[in-house]
Design a protein around this ligand. Structure first.
Ligand code: ADP
Ligand code: MG
Length: 427
């Protein structure tokens, strides 16, 4: 059983205080803020975080196909200028040329790198063999499975022998079995040093995948994207998902991912940065019922797998639950509060009243409600709200307004009249 690859103190990559803003003038949006990160030779590092937290942006900056707005990126101690010749990215779905065979798709990467024709052929064949695709050299992309196509993508990235292999959610478009197979094969190539790659940086939003593969997990949060925590994972390889030690690590990472997401209701102002989580209150009702069935206490990792919910979908629901005071997150566990229990056990009518009272404490909802109340007809055009929301939420204003309306409707506080383009107070 190979040990976790020891990381050396040799610094390959240093990202220092990197900021990245998109857009211009008044419509600027911070994608990542003040990110610093070092990757040593021999390390397999995972960047983990919810979608939109800037993982891909960071990867593109590291590969030099996008540039930071400020801060610096050093490769082997030298400032990176332009495309990073030592790094290659494998994307979620690798675009293969449909008119070229598997072999030709790999060869073309070598051609772009200036490898002479004869050597190209030989190297491509060897790579295809390494990655376990021999026998499929002359197949066309449409003739092979998604998992095999992604393997060709890996082979193509490895063909240029990058020192730093960057992977952007490389398994997330695959079915469960193909993904697991390919993960295992990559780990084997990496640990057996079958590829000259010195370090791997993989983006994922899958906690178990990160714990399975990484020597170190860098947890990111969003709005704007920033680093929340770094957790070393020292378990030996191959790692077993079922082992207690593995599950303990998974829980720790869950705790890190959820720990910083607690939003104090009073801090959630219309002119504050905090937003309503993008969750439906119906889903929250479901979560609270599930918690009641689990004796008011569950493990977030288990919950995510039982509900077959991706972390990205689960977290906003949990956040909504925290915001209204129905649930609490502690150390990767989810707890039902006494208020949450009351809600879970109440009938539909009592639930509506309870949730209405709770969300009216949120400044955003409260402001909409009061604005409508102050109006003679208790109706105000949607555009008015959007304008106000834009001051706080920029290009996310419309989504935020959608969420606020869906919450208002759920609690029967206010709703949207599509014909008139107005929000109105419900009785
Ligand atoms: P992740 O990979 O973690 O899902 P991304 O790096 O793709 O996140 O995006 C981070 C944020 O930056 C998101 O809010 C996204 O909408 C924004 N963003 C990404 N690329 C661009 C772009 N080219 N132009 C404008 N905004 C972008
Ligand atoms: Mg991404």
């Amino acid at each position: 059983m190979p040990p976790a690859t020891p990381a050396s103190s040799e610094r390959l990559l240093e990202v220092q205080n990197v900021n990245k803003a998109y857009g211009r003038g008044g419509k600027q949006m911070m994608a990542v803020q003040d990110v610093s990160l070092t990757i040593h030779a021999g390390e397999f590092v995972c960047l983990l975080g919810p979608s939109g937290c800037g993982k891909s942006t960071l990867l593109r900056i590291i590969a030099g196909i996008d540039s930071a707005t400020s801060g610096s990126v050093l490769y082997r101690g030298r400032p990176l200028v332009g495309v990073n010749p030592h790094a290659t990215i494998v994307f979620q779905t690798f675009a293969l040329y449909p008119w070229l065979t598997v072999l030709e798709n790999v060869e073309i990467a070598l051609k772009a790198r200036g490898v002479p024709a004869a050597a190209r052929h030989e190297r491509a064949l060897k790579l295809i063999d390494t990655i376990g695709l021999d026998g499929f050299e002359s197949a066309y992309p449409r003739e092979i499975s998604g998992g095999m196509r992604q393997k060709v993508g890996f082979a193509r990235a490895m063909a240029v022998e990058p020192e730093l292999l960057c992977l952007d959610e490389p398994f997330s478009a695959l079915d469960v079995l193909s993904a697991e197979g390919l993960r295992g094969e990559l780990m084997e190539l990496w640990h057996n040093r079958a590829i000259p790659t010195r370090a791997i940086l993989m983006v994922t939003h899958n906690i178990e995948e990160a714990v399975l593969m990484a020597d170190r997990i860098v947890v990111m949060g969003k709005d704007p994207g920033h680093i929340v925590a770094e957790l070393p994972i020292t378990l030996r390889h191959p790692r077993q998902r079922k082992e207690a030690a593995f599950q303990i690590r998974v829980d720790k990472v869950y705790a890190a991912v959820t720990g910083k997401r607690l939003i104090a209701p009073q801090a959630n102002g219309l002119h504050g940065k905090n937003k309503l989580p993008r969750a439906h209150l119906n889903a929250l009702a479901g979560l609270v019922e599930k918690l009641l069935a689990d004796d008011g206490h569950t493990d977030l990792a288990r919950l995510s797998s039982e509900l077959v919910l991706e972390l990205d979908d689960l977290l906003p629901i949990v956040e909504a639950g925290e915001l209204v005071g129905f649930v609490k997150v502690r150390e990767g566990d989810l707890l039902l509060t006494p208020l949450g229990r009351t809600y879970a056990e109440a009938n539909i009518l009592a639930r509506k009243e309870l949730i209405a009272g709770r969300i009216l404490r949120l400044p955003i909802i409260n402001w909409i409600y009061e604005t409508l109340q102050r109006d003679d007809k208790q109706r105000v055009v949607w555009d008015y709200f959007l304008d106000k929301f834009e001051e706080d939420f920029g290009d996310r204003a419309e989504k935020q307004l959608d969420v606020a309306i869906s919450w208002g409707r759920h609690a029967e506080l206010f709703a949207y009249d599509d014909n008139a383009g107005e929000l109105y107070l419900e009785n």
